[in-house]
Design a protein around this ligand. Structure first.
Ligand SMILES: Nc1ncnc2c1ncn2[C@@H]1O[C@H](COP(=O)(O)OP(=O)(O)O)[C@@H](O)[C@H]1O
Ligand SMILES: O=P(O)(O)O[C@H]1O[C@H](CO)[C@@H](O[C@H]2O[C@H](CO)[C@@H](O)[C@H](O)[C@H]2O)[C@H](O)[C@H]1O
Length: 452
């Protein structure tokens, strides 16, 4: 084990450590759900920072590159990932799934490397660090001193399909450990803190977080209250579809809840002004062209889809631009008791941070949720378009009741944003879940051919 408690690695140490880890990580990273560059070999792998968080656990920020080849999920300049690596002589069988491999060479030769987030002991020690604000090399552990976090809460790693990794502690708190790291404050910390400042009760308020100051400032993880007994909107929608239950009451309440969150966001981040539909349409067209480049199935529909963006350029300005959620879908809303809560303000993971934090039309979020009703309805055979249509209607009705404007009266805007979202989904599914590609492709066909 390296002896330093923390480093921005000295070149020799970095080279040494990567001698041990390089090949193992090259094999392991592309198999992780949260790794964006799965479609191309990891041709570059570099160590950006290394901290010995506690004995047997290394905190790493690594840079991965693909020889400048751009990909749908990662930038051509490469990406930065956060890893917590456990290092042991032998790994107990219960941690088998966390295995990364055995180092053959370098300073860790002969030792077993594994993903430390699977290890309850490491997870507990990580919580301890968050409970005691302080520093570890470039890492800063901070929090809201008014919210006590008890010691000894038992950890469990969430096994859901995620863009990051989350640990639940004693059903009281949940820690999201960001995987793909971008410089700056992560909106999933910035936005919930700002909403809490507005007294918005729809978003769990962060109680502790950690960040790095090197190689650049970036948020690494956020701890927030865990809503126990909550179900996400996706699970509830599928249940309702399976049992033939009505979902319009929940959809209406969800629309209201979302309007409440949008109003709080507008108050928390004032002064955004109106969106310029012309430049939004141009950006959407560019995204479409680049998606069609990566996913050939999109190509026949490009002219039809472009017409939605062309129409956007001539639409009335619509509601003012403001901070939005940015990746709203049924999996991002939780129902606990009879209330809806909204989580995960990171935005679409593949978009640059500066874009995700920019003021945008709130129609982007509405379109995201409407697409999600369609996704849910398509999980049933035969497909249930009526179910999705009723949910859309109810959601928009609930939204309009509080927001002061009615999404249903903004047909041109809604069509453009739904199209843009469906294009994103095609790219997302092609990249992460090719079996699901027919779901957004069906919407692409509808939007391109019928335009509704
Ligand atoms: N505050 C919370 N209370 C209860 N469950 C939560 C909470 N925050 C997140 N979750 C659960 O964790 C899952 C992943 O969280 P999310 O923020 O969407 O992570 P990711 O960005 O990695 O996809 C959610 O689908 C939800 O089931
Ligand atoms: O990981 P995140 O939750 O941040 O979001 C990404 O993954 C989502 C899937 O887990 C993906 O959502 C798409 O599939 C959902 C059903 O699984 C559906 O409800 C959404 O409408 C659809 O967009 C999301 O796009 C992606 O950013």
């Amino acid at each position: 084990m390296p002896k330093t408690a923390s480093v921005s690695p000295r070149p020799a140490l970095a080279t040494d450590l990567m001698t041990s880890l390089g090949e193992l990580l090259r094999q392991w990273l592309p198999r992780q759900r949260w790794f964006a560059g799965k479609d191309r070999p990891v041709s570059e792998l570099g160590l950006l920072s290394m901290t010995e968080l506690f004995p047997g656990c290394l905190h790493l920020l690594v840079h991965t590159g693909h020889g400048g080849v751009p990909g749908p999920g990662g930038s051509s300049a490469g990406d930065c990932y956060q890893l917590l690596l456990g290092v042991r002589k032998n790994l107990s069988p219960r941690l088998g799934r966390a295995l990364i491999g055995r180092a053959e060479r370098g300073p860790l030769a002969g030792l077993t490397i594994y993903d430390a987030l699977h290890d309850p002991r490491s997870a507990q020690l990580l919580l301890e660090r968050l409970r005691h604000p302080g520093t570890a090399g470039p890492l800063r552990f901070e929090g809201d001193p008014s919210v006590p976090v008890p010691a000894g809460l038992p950890p469990r790693l969430l096994e859901t399909e995620q863009s990051n990794s989350s640990l639940v502690y004693g059903d009281e708190f949940i820690l999201k450990v960001f995987r793909r790291i971008q410089p700056g404050v992560n909106p999933d910390l910035e936005v919930p803190v700002a909403l809490a400042g507005q007294g918005c009760r729809r978003v769990p308020a962060p109680v502790a977080w950690f960040r790095t100051t090197h190689p650049q400032g970036a948020t690494l993880g956020v701890l927030q209250p865990y809503l126990r007994d909550a179900s996400d909107g996706w699970a509830l929608a599928l249940q309702a579809l399976a049992s033939g239950d009505d979902f319009t009451v929940q959809a209406h309440e969800l629309g209201r809840a979302m309007a409440e969150v949008h109003l709080a966001l507008a108050a928390a981040f004032p002064g955004s002004g109106h969106d310029d539909n012309g430049s939004t349409a141009a950006a959407m067209t560019e995204r479409l062209n680049s998606a069609a480049h990566s996913v050939p199935a999109l190509r026949p529909f490009v002219p039809g889809l472009q017409s939605a963006f062309g129409a956007l350029a001539t639409c009335d300005s619509g509601p003012p631009a403001q901070r939005v959620h940015g990746d709203l879908h049924l999996g991002q809303v939780l129902r606990a008791g009879r209330e809806w809560f909204v989580i995960d303000f990171e935005g679409e993971p593949s978009r640059p941070l500066v874009e995700r934090c920019a003021a945008q039309s709130p129609v982007r979020d509405i379109a995201g949720m409407l697409r999600s009703f369609d996704y849910a309805a398509r999980q049933r055979r035969p497909w249930r378009p009526e179910w999705a249509r009723r949910c859309r209607e109810a959601f928009c009705g609930g939204y309009a009741a509080l927001a002061g404007w009615d999404p249903r009266k903004k047909h041109g805007l809604l069509r453009a944003y739904e199209t843009d979202r469906a294009v994103y989904e095609v790219l997302y599914e092609a990249r992460h879940r090719p079996d699901w590609l027919p779901v957004p492709m069906a919407a692409i066909e509808r939007l391109a051919v019928r335009g509704d």
